[in-house]
Ligand binder design. Sequence first.
Ligand code: NDP
Ligand code: 2IT
Length: 444
Amino acid sequence: MSYVDEVLEKVVAKNPAEPEFHQAVKEVLESLRPVIEANEERYRKEALLERLVEPDRQFKFRVPWVDDKGQVQVNTGYRVQFNNSIGPYKGGLRLHPSVNLGIIKFLGFEQIFKNSLTGLPIGGGKGGSDFDPKGKSDREVMAFCQSFMPELCKYIGADTDVPAGDIGTGAREIGYMFGQYKRIKGLYEGVLTGKGLTYGGSLVRTEATGYGLLYLTREMLKCNGHDIAGKTVVVSGAGNVAIYAIEKAQQMGAKVVTCSDSTGWVYDPEGIDLAALKEIKEVKRARLTEYKNYRPNSEYHEGRGVWTVKCDVALPCATQNELHLEDAKTLVSNGCIAVAEGANMPTTMEATEYLQKNGVLFAPGKAANAGGVATSALEMSQNSERLSWTFEEVDSKLQSIMVNIFHNLDDAAKRYGKEGDYVAGANIAGFEKVANAMLAQGVA
Ligand code: NDP
Ligand code: 2IT
């Protein structure tokens, strides 16, 4: 049996009931086959793949807190420190009722390669909780965050592990967590990124994932003879990534006609009204059903459906496995030319393969959404030198990082005879740096 197949089998056997983790490992290892085959003897002897798929350590802990009725609630907290061979662990905290160890492990595993692709010195980690911030008062969210941190703070630090936002964790949650870390440790350090601008945050971090997604998408389109200006774009999600992807797409002259949340989706043929969307989601924390009050000519539909809308470019920006094979078929038959993942692993493997086979340009999340974590690393740099850079300075660094990422994965794909396969390119380019560092640092 090939080394890759052997390791894939072991991952499933050793980590039962973690389907998302299996999926993430399978996608990466499948596309690394040519690299592994070229170095099989050495990698086997070094157990390089076994070491790569086993987190350095994982923490699971109780998070008790008191709700507004005086009732004690209990959630589960997680932090998985996956690989720190190229820098301190770095990755977000997801707060969503669906969170379990397998989901955090898939996200942490993806983060290793994503962080490597940024070219910055950050390792892979991820954490979160099954706590649902939706519908909770600010006081309840603070109570949760203040109970989450006393345990989490034992494992993190500016030079060891630096968490940030993800689904359900935005500036409000990061603020409460930072305040609690500071109280417990008595340390004012860059232990979290995505902080507010008055206490060590970086300009552009809020916008970074969505903006970065568009910088990479524009480069991918340009290198394949297309211009983002004038394109019709469909976006899923209505959170941090989706909102700033829509903003940048509009600034680039594209027309974005959809967005969605977990209850339904909006089709606005004249183009999404960004000010209305920001007010609904960022200020009121309300449902998309409200969008029609601002835009009477738009349509609201329950359930999922953004991929049925005719488009040139599709940007999944909500969550994992939200774009299925059937959706991919619809996109292809509607003439879609490019899909770029703002979310982590939003496209199933079958859908990805179908899109690629049918000539759709496909940018995987670990490359396309790397602008968020890259700007987090820029926030870490600013915290270390105790300075703040201007918006223009951070934004221009973000642009070069995203353009570089695209060319790195394009080149890596070409080196292995897989021109245009950006999934393979991203996995190979991300892996090479981490593998070199692991081998250089000995058995660890
Ligand atoms: P937010 O919490 O800000 O927004 C998430 C959006 O996706 C919301 O509109 C939410 O709807 C929707 N959503 C979440 N879960 C589901 C679900 N199970 N089914 C349907 N819709 C869902 O999160 P972000 O925008 O930060 O994150 C979105 C994606 O981008 C995630 O995959 C995340 O891992 C990834 N990502 C985020 C980065 C960041 O910097 N924030 C960086 C790189 C990747 P509702 O509000 O109704 O739940
Ligand atoms: O998935 C991701 O890259 C993030 N949620 C951002 C992580 C970070 O550390 O900024």
